[in-house]
Design a protein around this ligand. Structure first.
Ligand SMILES: CC(C)(COP(=O)(O)OP(=O)(O)OC[C@H]1O[C@@H](n2cnc3c(N)ncnc32)[C@H](O)[C@@H]1OP(=O)(O)O)[C@@H](O)C(=O)NCCC(=O)NCCS
Length: 152
């Protein structure tokens, strides 16, 4: 189904925005998720999983030294609604990890909202540990868990 995973140029912007259509994740952050997608793609840091028919099924924004200017930070990950629950999120997280290893980093990081229990369970199952929670980190009513996975 997925034929390639690559950094996406700005020409893919509309398709990347479409990943979050109909997903209440964007509403939770007052529509800001779409702006994050725009920023990530403009900075040439947005990766996409492309199906064999050329559709963008999922995206992730990797800031290679986004955590303390040193460790990779997964600023955003999203799988299109109709592709969720089929292993694609897991697959992209494995690629994120591989990128971290290629960069010779011994930690990779991300944050997840406290409402997003499914995503948090997924990260935990892949070896991430929550090292702390920041209340009202961005949205007044959402606490964000800082999660780290150690690479050996
Ligand atoms: C979180 C997200 C990226 C996961 O991607 P995904 O492709 O759906 O995840 P996977 O199919 O790899 O599933 C991974 C695990 O999630 C859980 N999961 C999957 N579908 C589920 C469902 N319908 N209900 C509950 N848990 C589910 C399972 O634990 C699953 O593991 P399994 O292989 O044992 O079933 C995706 O749901 C998404 O884009 N959500 C909206 C945006 C978002 O929340 N991003 C994260 C921001 S931090």
């Amino acid at each position: 189904m997925i034929s390639e995973v690559k950094k996406l140029p700005i020409t893919y912007l509309d398709e990347c925005l479409a990943v979050f259509k109909g997903d209440d994740f964007n509403d939770r952050y007052n529509g800001q998720v779409l702006d994050w997608v725009k920023t990530g793609i403009r900075k040439n840091e947005l990766w996409g999983a492309i199906t064999d028919t050329g559709e963008v099924a999922a995206i992730m924004w990797i800031e290679e030294s986004g955590f303390f200017h040193e460790y990779p930070y997964l600023a955003l990950i999203g799988v299109k609604k109709n592709y969720q629950g089929q292993g694609l999120g897991t697959f992209l997280l494995k690629i994120y990890e591989a990128i971290g290893r290629t960069l010779n980093k011994n930690k990779i990081t991300l944050m997840v909202g406290d409402f997003n229990t499914r995503a948090k369970s997924l990260y935990e199952s892949m070896g991430y540990n929550a090292i702390g929670k920041v209340e009202s980190a961005y949205m007044p009513t959402i606490g964000e868990f800082i999660m780290i996975k150690k690479l050996d």
